[in-house]
Design a protein around this ligand. Structure first.
Ligand code: 6PG
Length: 246
């Protein structure tokens, strides 16, 4: 696990986009495509907007990039809470990525379980396979102040899911359903970036990174269960890293 800290969120975002570009170049050299799962929430929005601007936009191989989502809120695609809507507005509508390379989590509000299954089938039909599991080249994740990531929330059954790659999860504190990637497919990824910015994340980052870690399989915070086969890199700004040892 590598942790990189930057003086400001702008400097952090620049580093993240440069790293995404490097991973894309390497993946395309290896298997002629780059399969990237986007994080939701507010932190990554400025990163996506940066990717859509020069000099990065012309340096990214959009026609060989495939965009997926780490999780989605069970709301209409044009709802202000939709992760797909945020990514489309910040990035996907501004760059020459083929429509067929964008793989949103299509939510049927009447049957969230079927929506999760449908997305798992979408992943199986598009992602390269490594043995029995499909593999993302890169998964971008955020972290909530309760230690959740994607929609892997504390105390929810999805944390114990070991077979499905996508599942529906009811989040009591929001009284809302979500659809999320599960540990098996996130941890099969070649690379995972966890991105956090702002002083509001300093306490949880200290507890997650410095705090005690329970035995494997029984984590105090869901994000601690992110232990990918590939590389795990944390990108933090100074405010988020304020409680970590220097
Ligand atoms: C979501 C994300 C979620 C997010 C964290 C951090 O759909 O909200 O998947 O895991 O990354 O809640 O959110 P912020 O970036 O808004 O702090």
């Amino acid at each position: 696990m590598e942790i990189y800290t930057y003086p400001t969120v702008d400097v952090m975002n620049d580093a993240v986009v440069k790293a995404v570009t490097q991973k894309a170049t390497a993946a395309i050299e290896h298997h002629h495509a780059f399969h990237l799962a986007l994080a939701g929430g507010s932190t990554p929005k400025s990163i996506y907007e940066l990717m859509a601007r020069e000099p990065y936009c012309s340096n990214l191989p959009w026609d060989k990039m495939h965009f997926y989502f780490g999780d989605e809120r069970c709301v209409p695609a044009d709802h202000t809470d939709s992760n797909y809507r945020m990514a489309r507005q910040a990035l996907l509508s501004k760059v020459p990525v083929p429509e067929s390379n964008v793989h949103p989590i299509v939510v049927d509000l009447q049957d969230v379980a079927a929506s999760a299954k449908r997305y798992e089938d979408e992943l199986k039909s598009h992602l390269p396979r490594n043995d029995s599991v499909s593999v993302f080249d890169l998964v971008l994740l955020g972290i909530g102040d309760d230690g959740h990531t994607a929609s892997l929330f504390p105390g929810t059954p999805i944390l114990k899911e070991t077979a499905k790659w996508v599942d529906a999860v009811y989040v009591e504190k929001f009284d809302a359903w979500r659809i999320s990637l599960t540990y098996p497919i996130i941890n099969a990824a070649a690379n995972v970036f966890v991105i956090a910015a702002g002083s509001g994340k300093s306490d949880i980052l200290k507890n997650v990174i410095v705090g005690e870690r329970k035995e494997s399989g029984d984590f105090q915070y869901p994000v601690q269960g992110i232990q990918p086969a590939g590389d795990l890199v944390w990108y933090l700004d100074r405010a988020a890293a304020a409680s970590l040892p220097a």
